[in-house]
Structure formats: structure tokens, C-alpha cells
Write a protein that binds this ligand. Sequence first.
Ligand code: GLA
Length: 348
Amino acid sequence: MSVKISDFGVLANGTKIQKYTIENSQGTSVSVITYGATLISALVADRNGVFKDVIVGFDDLEGCVERTDYQGVVVGPYANRIGNSEFSIDGIKYKLNSNENGVTCLHSCGEFNTAVWNAELADDSSVEMSYVSPDGVNGFPGRINVSVKYTLTDDNELKLEYSAVSDKKTVINLTNHAYFNLGGFDSGLILDHTMQINADCYTPVDELSIPTGEIASVENTPFDLRTAKRIGDEIDADCEQLKFTGGYDHNFCISGYDGTLKTAAVAFDSVTGRKLEVLTDLPGIQFYAGNFLKGTIGKSGKPMEKRSGFCLETQFYPDTPNHPDFPQCTFEAGEKYHTVTVFKFSAE
Ligand code: GLA
């Protein structure tokens, strides 16, 4: 195992951004940068031992700064959407900034993912990124100390360990927004990958992608991914939910949620044999099929076309603060938020 540190670029304000590359004994390597604590690459072997970068995104800082689709970033303090950009805690209403349709708040208006994080080497297989979010940014209460520790194991597991603590009672929901293409970042669309999600239920949304509050069964819907299904098979099915979102972009309720690490999803590319398993101790996972990608130029000067990458964002359900029946993510002042997500790569 080894970690290499290199310069990745300089922001307009003069701040230097570093890249940390962790490599294991199998030759698998992942790179994260201090801007947005972004996962920018993951070199993974296929069934013939051919390594390719399976992360769709940018290979330079300029792209990372100008991006519009949250490629690879850590999102917070509240990943996903909050309806009407408001919520209440103990009778106090918090009005947030809106960055979608003038109504909803998506990914906390991009706070954590545009921040410069401090990086520290934890050991020869881990780098820990940390950031202090000031009280009140975009309307969110609390000064939050947050860290994300990225570890690569010799079993090709990329482990993300999220920790946070606020000085005021607040909502916390952190995720990573990497887009994967198991054929390689430049191998076209992900419609031929299969996806399996261990969820009997999902949270249907309204026209603004805010959960209606219903926990609906996936049975007899395109959301029944309990056995692996080719992503392209039903992504454009005649189904109101898929029309609202332009393809899969929904929160799945992980079956058997009890706060321990469980396999939530398995994606597979039969062409290369690369497989990605996602494990988490969280209750939800957003399967987003990259429907809003629109050809922005990414790595190697190649356009990132619609559906050329998929995201599996482990999370508390979207808009949880406004749905008392969902598993809750409001934390007391001083109470520790700690969750783990594992992206495990293999080939068969
Ligand atoms: C999330 C959302 C999508 C989309 C992307 C960013 O994953 O679920 O609807 O907004 O972020 O493009």
C-alpha cells in the first residue's frame, strides 16, 4: 500500500489543491483531491486484468470548479433535496437558499462540494479530509466539523467513513456523488450495465423530485431491481415516476435497515466483467442514471453524455426533515454523526 501526494492545480484565489493517490498491492488505485473532497479516479482491473478509470468526471481542476453535475464530490451538510427549501427543528423554522426552480434546495446549494478540505494521511492506505462549515451557510444551522476518511484495502474496497458534529441541533446527511462507468469513463452509456438494489420499497416523488411521503412497494414497477436488471430495459418505461425525473433518479429504501453495514446495490458490466458492490449502514440509496448529463467535456477531452455514468448515493432519504415517518437525521449539538459506505470492486 502507498499514498502519493501531488499538486493538482491552483484556485483563482491562490489556494493550492492537492491530489492524494492511494494504491494497493493489486495495482488498484484511487485519487481524491482537496477541492470538494472529490473522488476523481479509480483504476480498477477487468476480468483480464486490464486497468481502467471507472470514474466519469474531470482530470483537471478547472473542470472540477466549473462542473455542474457534482462529479465525484462529497455533498453536505444535506445531500439531495429539501422541499420548499425549509424545515423546522423544535418549532424553529430554517429557511434555506434555493438552487433549483427557485423552490427546492439541492445538495445544500453546493457548500461542501466547493469547499477546500484539509487532508491528512491517516496511514499508508487512508487519507482523511476535514472541513469546518460555518454556522448558517445557505440557512443551515450549526457550525459543523466534518471529516471523510477514504481508505483503500487490499481487497479492492474503497471505504468512506463520514464523521460530523455540530455545535447546534441540525440536520446532517452526507454522501459521495461519484459517477461510475464500469467499462471505463470513456466507454459510452451505462444502459447495458445491470443494476441490483436490495430494496423492497422506494420513495416516489412529485414533479420537483421531492418525496410525496409514501413508502411504495417496488413490486411490478421499473423500480423492482431486487434481481439484477439491465439498466436500459425499463429506464424509459411509460411510468409517471420515471417521466418526472427523466429516468432513474430515486431513493431506494434499503431492506432490513438497522444501522449496520449491508449490501445495498450491485452494478455489473458484462462486457468487462467489472462489478461494483455498494455497502452502507444508511437507510437509503439514490440510484441516479446520469439523466441530466449533457455532453460537458470531461476526462481526456471526451464529452460526458446523458447516461454515461450512474451514481449510487448512500443517504438518509431526501427531504427527511419534512417527513417525520422517515428514518431521522437530526442531530443534537455535540451528538456524533458517523456512517460508513464501501465501494467494493471486483471482476468476474
Ligand atoms: C442528484 C440528483 C439528480 C441531479 C444530480 C445532479 O443526484 O438526484 O436529480 O440533480 O444530483 O445533476
